[in-house]
Design a protein around this ligand. Structure first.
Ligand code: NAD
Ligand code: USQ
Length: 475
């Protein structure tokens, strides 16, 4: 229960902020009483504001030349709030947009870094702190990114930040994004859905109350659709039933409590677009691979995170690291699971395209499928094996019992033309891409902890007993 019925509105706000900003397992860090939490929150907010002011001042004071080759194209000073801008997709996007003339603010509660601390995980790449990153970006590019550390589930924080920055567009990456994390146990399932669904509702209210023209660009997932035995359309399907025809949201059959949180978000956003005429674009993104973008490679302190563990690592990124350290590629079950994939260089471009092409107010929520190619897990293993051989690596593949509940052989044909019609020119998965990713993984291979590679979260065993301590390392 978040708060008793008789609690004051202030206590409810504090309780909301406290609950949402802490991932499960962080209970020991919680202040015992609401008053203490409130004091802490105010102190944290003050230090947050002064830290952000420091970062702003330092970044603004630097006058170094821009990143070579980073064209300052059509951003036109558009004010873009990037929620989740310290994460894998968000950081690359923040720099991409900043380099191109958008006025960028990052909003992030840094909880992704906290998940690693709780579970004993780490990114392959040594990433700088959020504050050092934006400071370094100021030095390297001469561009200022405003950083606000806070939780979007905390309405007081979000509403004040929104009103102060006055964004023209909000790009919302700020969710718990791992399917295995959401299936660790009941606590992690509840956290994932409350963090994701309630955070998104707060963003919708902020837009409605303070600037209903602000365009919400929200990261959804291809996994919302599941693997139906018919073609997957981009968001909507026209159905004729008993002689009548309608165009309706495409049916959703998600495969984890995480993927389901995205389904719930989509429904809530679809409703808000209708009820309040907010311009919204829902991007159903496929699995992202790669780590280099022009801007994140401009300095070591700008390097992006790269997850390879069994909880946050995604298929292709994991296989590349496995090949680099001589670990057999971990195909789950039969390996016929087919998904949409895209290069992180296309993620950042897709977001820019979405921002530049807002729906009109009152238009139905827009949905784009954001991926460029489909592969099965077996396809990925074959490609990584072939490319590994070229670099002299002896790559093996094993089939391990599937920890998930999902179809291992199925029809899959998803549409993805809308972003390309608006100008996306895809980076396709070619040998050279895998080679450079492999070389990247080889460069950091000393940091790999092999015990984190095998999956330890089993969908069928997810229970009510708290399983944080056993989630990362398989028995
Ligand atoms: P990530 O975990 O690296 O980044 C998410 C960021 O959001 C983190 O920095 C985290 O601290 C922040 N965050 C989480 N909850 C927050 C909250 N309540 N308030 C403020 N900040 C919060 O994830 P990612 O891989 O960059 O994914 C970004 C988005 O894209 C997610 O919504 C994810 O579901 C979606 N997506 C990712 C992929 C992929 O392959 N990585 C594919 C499809 C969709
Ligand atoms: N898989 C393996 N071996 C591995 C890892 C994964 O066979 O070592 C399989 C999984 O069983 C699954 C497929 O590869 O069938 C994809 O798994 P994944 O971990 O790469 O991706 P997923 O859990 O779906 O989640 C990731 C991101 C998530 C995003 C989603 C896009 O973590 O944020 O929403 O990709 S999509 O898959 O299109 O829904």
């Amino acid at each position: 229960m978040l708060a008793s019925a008789s609690a004051s509105a202030q206590a409810v706000r504090v309780a909301e902020g406290r609950r949402a900003s802490l991932a499960p397992g962080a209970a020991a860090l919680r202040a015992p009483r609401a008053a203490a939490a409130q004091q802490q929150q105010h102190a944290a907010a003050a230090s947050r504001r002064s830290a952000a002011r420091r970062v702003s001042a330092e970044a603004a004071a630097t006058e170094s030349p821009p990143v070579p080759g980073a064209a300052h194209t059509n951003g036109g000073g558009t004010r873009v709030m990037i929620i989740g801008g310290d994460g894998y997709c968000g950081w690359a996007t923040a720099l991409h947009l900043s380099a191109r003339g958008y006025n960028v603010q990052i909003v992030d509660n840094l909880v992704r870094r906290n998940y690693d601390l709780q579970l004993g995980l780490d990114t392959l790449t040594p990433i700088a702190s959020a504050h050092d990153r934006v400071r370094k970006w100021g030095e390297v590019s001469g561009k200022h990114i405003d950083l606000q550390v806070g939780d979007i589930c905390d309405w007081e924080f979000l509403s004040q930040t929104f009103q102060a920055f006055k964004p023209d567009a909000v790009v919302h990456f700020g969710e718990q994004r791992s399917a295995p994390y959401s299936m660790i146990d009941r606590q992690h399932a509840v956290y994932t859905q409350s963090n994701n669904v309630l955070g998104t509702i707060n963003v919708l209210y902020a837009i409605k109350e303070f600037n209903p023209d602000c365009h919400m660009v929200k990261l959804g997932t291809m996994g919302e659709y599941g693997t139906p035995n018919i073609d997957i359309e981009e968001g909507y399907i026209t159905i004729t039933h008993n002689g009548r025809t309608d165009t309706l949201p495409y049916p959703k059959q998600a495969g984890s409590f995480y993927h389901l949180s995205k389904v719930h978000d989509s429904h809530n956003m679809h409703f808000a677009a209708r009820a309040w005429k907010i311009p919204i674009t829902d991007l159903n993104q496929g699995v992202v691979y790669g780590v280099r973008t022009e801007e994140t490679m401009a300095d070591r302190a700008l390097i992006n995170r790269y997850d390879y563990d069994g909880i946050f690592g995604t298929a292709l990124n994991r296989f590349v690291v496995q090949a680099a350290v001589g670990h057999p590629l971990t195909v789950y079950g039969k390996g016929g699971q087919t998904r949409g994939f895209l290069d992180i260089r296309d993620t950042v471009r897709c977001i820019q395209i979405a921002i530049d092409n807002p729906p009109a107010r009152g238009e139905q929520m827009r949905v784009f499928n954001q991926f460029t190619e489909q592969f099965s897990v077996n396809d990925l293993a074959r490609i990584v094996t072939e490319e590994g051989k070229k670099l002299g690596l002896d790559v093996e593949t094993i089939s391990i019992p599937n920890p998930r509940v999902e179809a291992e052989e199925h029809y899959y044909n998803a549409k993805c033309s809308k972003l390309q019609e608006l100008g996306l020119v895809p980076h396709l998965l070619q040998g050279s891409m895998i080679d450079s990713l492999l070389e990247f993984a080889l460069e950091y291979k000393e940091r790999v902890r092999p015990e984190l590679i095998k999956p330890a979260v089993d969908w069928k065993k997810s229970g009510t007993a708290v399983a944080t301590m056993s989630a990362a390392v398989a028995k």
